[in-house]
Design a binder for this molecule. Structure first.
Ligand SMILES: Cc1ncc(COP(=O)(O)O)c(CN[C@@H]2CONC2=O)c1O
Length: 484
């Protein structure tokens, strides 16, 4: 009798879905990690260095003290009645916790909340957006989510009717998008970022890809822009953003603006502008352009990936459509309250004059400076490695170096039934314990570029000799030895 549940009788959309950031290389790394535990010394390195995912606190980054003080007090409100609390927590964390609890029905972080998130927290997020952009924001436009990922899934669920509906996505792209489009049965319409211009985005290329898709009967619904970029790390120039908004408005596309790295800009000649700010600065009003802006507590200087907080701000949609978005959100009841509180704190951190401001600012600046330093170190190290080239890491948390592999390595990869970049990433892992993601996992094709892989900048480069650039160099030598 056929198995009740087998791969053969699963939802084909699930089978089609892939997510390289936690794919084959990571699974193999976990096996090697097991081996190191059961057979210490059996591999040429002491531990695994996960550079496949932007997970700062797993690599030693500390959470922001003020944020955690407020979370602790909100989760254990009876502390607020104790005299000794005043000697353990800052006065502004105590007052912020009281303010947040007053906004929560029953003052209970264990209760369900409104499906868009607690109104008082959405007010705080809207105030933070308005202060960031210099344009009004409305709490009713905010949907607080368990990280940005569920928000992206909700938008794909809303917009994709069948495989005839397409979503324009950057290549290389963060594979949440290709995975979500596959899961919802739509079509990914690629547009290619140009490595030779620092991963630039030309609207002429967008138009070419859009017309090509439409000629094949695809109804392109939306354009995804990730700014700062993942995996490419570029920060869009302001004029480029104006072009993108005009393109979406003239082509009737929803603009899905993924801005989770908005606090991760490392170069002095670029700054982050939200698309909400650009749209308003261009004079577009509430009804002119459907725009969804995604934010997360997982990135920036806060790096609270495991707390699962984030939101999307939705503007330019009609009331009946917004009711449908609310309906989808309500099916999941609400997002977790810790993530909701964190999202409001991230958008409304301590201000000058607050008791915690000096300590908060020192922590924030220290983390951003460290990320900036490590991004530059890794970019320089890859550019010094024979056969590598690496674009400037302008922002986000990753570098995306290109490697020219010798023909013999390419042939060996083919013989092993692997894409050359995946072959190299596996060899790098087995030689040094460093986990990176092959560029093919982000949609990069060999025709587009050489072979690239994705490496987060989080790893402390002062790692033991088995890691860091020396590790990469030793592996690179081993891979190139295939020539001999
Ligand atoms: C561009 C982008 N959007 C959305 C997300 C989802 O974030 P949350 O759901 O945690 O809010 C990530 C996570 N970054 C992944 C995770 O680590 N490395 C990555 O590339 C991301 O890089």
């Amino acid at each position: 009798m056929a198995a009740v549940v087998a791969v053969e009788n699963l939802n084909p959309k699930v089978l089609k879905c892939e997510y390289a950031v936690r794919g084959e290389i990571v699974i193999h790394a976990q096996r090697l990690q097991q081996q190191l535990q059961t057979q210490p010394g059996s591999l040429p390195f002491e531990d695994i260095l996960y550079c496949n995912i932007g997970n700062p606190q797993s690599l030693g980054q500390q959470p922001v003290t003020f944020f955690r003080e407020v979370l602790a007090l909100c989760d254990h409100p009876s502390l607020l009645e104790k005299e000794e609390t005043k000697s353990l927590f800052s006065a502004d964390a105590i007052s912020r916790a009281k303010q947040i609890l007053a906004a929560i029905p029953g003052r209970a972080t264990g209760a369900y909340s409104h499906s868009q998130g607690i109104k008082g927290l959405r007010d705080a997020i809207a105030a933070g957006i308005a202060e960031r952009d210099g344009f009004p924001a409305n709490a009713d436009d905010i949907f607080i989510t368990d990280g940005a990922s569920p928000g992206v899934h909700m938008m794909m669920q809303l917009l994709i009717r069948d495989e005839k509906d397409g979503i324009l996505c950057p290549i290389p792209q963060y594979p949440l998008y290709s995975a979500s489009i596959a899961l919802h049965g739509g079509t990914l319409v690629p547009y290619y970022l140009d490595e030779s211009t620092g991963w630039g985005l030309k609207t002429s290329d967008l138009k070419k890809q859009l017309d090509e898709a439409r000629s094949q009967g695809i109804d392109v619904r939306a354009l995804v822009v990730i700014n700062p970029g993942n995996p490419t790390g570029q920060v869009l120039a302001e004029e480029n953003q104006y072009d993108i908004v005009k393109f979406c408005e003239s082509e009737g596309l929803v603009l899905l603006a993924d801005e989770v790295y908005q606090e991760n800009v490392y170069v002095d000649d670029k700054k982050f502008n939200s698309f909400k700010k650009i749209v308003r600065a261009m004079g577009y009003g509430e009804d002119d352009l459907p725009l969804v802006s995604f934010q997360s507590v997982s990135k920036g200087y806060y790096g609270e990936c495991g707390k699962r907080g984030g939101y999307f701000e939705i503007t330019g949609f009609s009331a009946p459509v917004r009711e449908q978005v609310y309906k989808i959100a309500s099916v999941n009841l609400c997002s977790n309250i810790t993530g909701q509180i964190l999202a409001s704190l991230v958008m409304n951190p301590p201000k000058p004059g607050d008791e915690s401001y000096a300590a908060y600012k020192a922590e924030k600046d220290g983390i951003v400076e460290s990320l900036k330093r490590r991004a530059k170190s890794l970019e320089d190290a890859f550019n010094k490695l024979e056969g590598f080239s690496c674009n400037k890491a302008e922002g986000a948390m990753y570098v995306f170096p290109q490697i020219r592999l010798p023909q013999k390595a390419i042939e060996a990869a083919k013989a092993a039934g692997k894409a050359p970049d995946a072959f190299y990433a596996l060899r790098l892992l087995e030689a040094t314990g460093i986990v990176v993601v092959p560029g093919s996992g982000f949609g990069q094709t060999i025709e587009t570029l050489g072979f690239i892989f994705y490496c987060d900048v989080l790893a402390r480069l002062s790692m033991s000799p088995g890691h860091g650039t020396s590790g990469a160099q030793s592996c690179h030598r081993r891979t190139r030895s295939l020539q001999s």
